[in-house]
Ligand binder design. Structure first.
Ligand SMILES: *Cc1c(COP(=O)(O)O)cnc(C)c1O
Length: 364
């Protein structure tokens, strides 16, 4: 029997490792491994999903017109410059496939979001990871890595899994120094959580340049990760390209309805952001009080630094024994760290308690 083979680069891809959701034998688990919002699904989205269920024998609106109008209204953007996807991952794949390929290189930062590497390699690009400084993208080093064959640069801001952020001014300077034929993709999945005033999610740069795209998601603060819905704001030629190559019905009926409803849930984003602004520092302080370093984060998670992979594995095992699931980030080149999502206040209490107990045990 002969099994057909894919392009060779496909078999170099390591499958994406998602946050686990269960622990064998545990009856109650707290899942803090995928940076999902702390409040579940917006009630209006729940109702909208139920309301459209009799309609799901029909194909969705392939252009997501109502949703793009709602997004445009919420952010003051021209809906004609918005493309929706089955999660922002979908759009990242399409951008890589359309703008990457053999001989068309991609640059990302060392601990950048792993989907860039997967999607870029799949497209046939060489994907270069540029060393960071203090777990923050080193934009000058990324510029130095640009060659005549670079076509795409990905920058998650804030970044997952480090939580680090680069300022609006730094990103603008970066864009200005990149060659015009390089498409800069600003992945602003955690934009709603940023409270610093020197941050911009990317709208201004997209408007000011013909070669910058901003991706956003409903998977984090909007509480719809399971629905698979994201969007991007892009220059018209990029919108045109994405509309040629994306799946014609890439966003389901239920996802579109849920996202439209979530956008008008009163106070939802404000509450999520306010919660995070209180609980993230509390989580950080609590883990640090146990003697464990925590990296500064602008997102809805923190990166705890256990200093060695052995300690990180031991902490992970200890957390699991108490029903707490966090994210190992060895695949991101950070085997000595654990990423912990900011959950509810009770979940933050529990995580602090378990880290404290772990540290006490570890010290003997
Ligand atoms: C979670 C996340 C996304 C969102 O992915 P979706 O496909 O929209 O669920 C995108 N980028 C980063 C950096 C993320 O952490």
């Amino acid at each position: 029997m002969t099994t057909p083979s894919p392009r060779p680069e496909v078999l170099t891809i390591q499958p994406y490792v998602g946050g686990e959701s269960t622990i064998e034998g545990a009856n109650r688990t707290v899942k803090l491994s995928s940076n999902e919002g702390a409040f579940g699904v917006p009630p209006s989205a729940l109702a909208a999903i139920a309301a459209v269920s009799p309609e799901v024998f029909r194909y969705p609106d392939g252009g997501a017109d109502r949703l793009r109008a709602a997004i445009g209204k919420r952010w003051g953007l021209d809906p004609a410059r918005i493309v929706c996807g089955a999660g922002s991952d979908d759009l990242i794949y399409q951008l890589c496939l359309a703008y990457g390929g053999h001989g068309r290189d991609i640059i990302m930062s060392e601990h950048g979001f792993s989907i860039y590497h997967i999607a870029g390699t799949y497209a046939g690009s060489r994907v270069t990871k540029v060393p960071e400084r203090n777990l923050t993208a080193d934009l000058d080093a990324m510029l130095a890595a640009v060659s005549g064959s670079t076509r795409l640069v990905f920058l998650a801001n804030p970044n997952n899994p480090t939580g680090s952020m680069v300022t609006e001014a730094e990103v603008a300077r970066f864009r200005a120094a990149l060659p015009p034929e390089v498409l800069l993709v600003l992945d602003s999945a955690y934009a709603e959580y940023v409270t610093r005033t020197d941050y911009d999610a990317g709208v201004k740069l997209v408007d000011a340049s013909g070669n910058t795209v901003m991706t956003r998601t409903f998977s984090k603060i909007y509480g719809l990760g399971g629905m698979r819905i994201g969007w991007c704001y892009a220059p018209p030629p990029v919108v045109d390209v994405l509309n040629r190559v994306r799946g014609p019905f890439n966003v389901s009926v239920a996802a579109q309805a849920a996202a439209i409803a979530a956008l008008s849930e009163p106070g939802w984003v404000e509450a999520g952001c306010a919660h995070n602004a209180v609980q993230r520092p509390r989580l950080t302080a609590g883990i640090e009080a146990a003697g464990i370093k925590v990296w500064p984060s602008e997102a809805n998670f923190v990166l705890a630094d256990l200093e060695t992979a052995e300690a990180a594995n031991a902490a992970d095992a200890f957390l699991r024994s108490r029903g707490v699931i966090v994210r190992k980030v060895g695949g991101y080149g950070l085997p000595h760290c654990l990423r912990v999502t900011v959950g509810s206040a009770e979940e933050v209490d529990l995580v602090i308690e378990v880290f404290t107990e772990f540290a006490r045990h570890a010290r003997g």
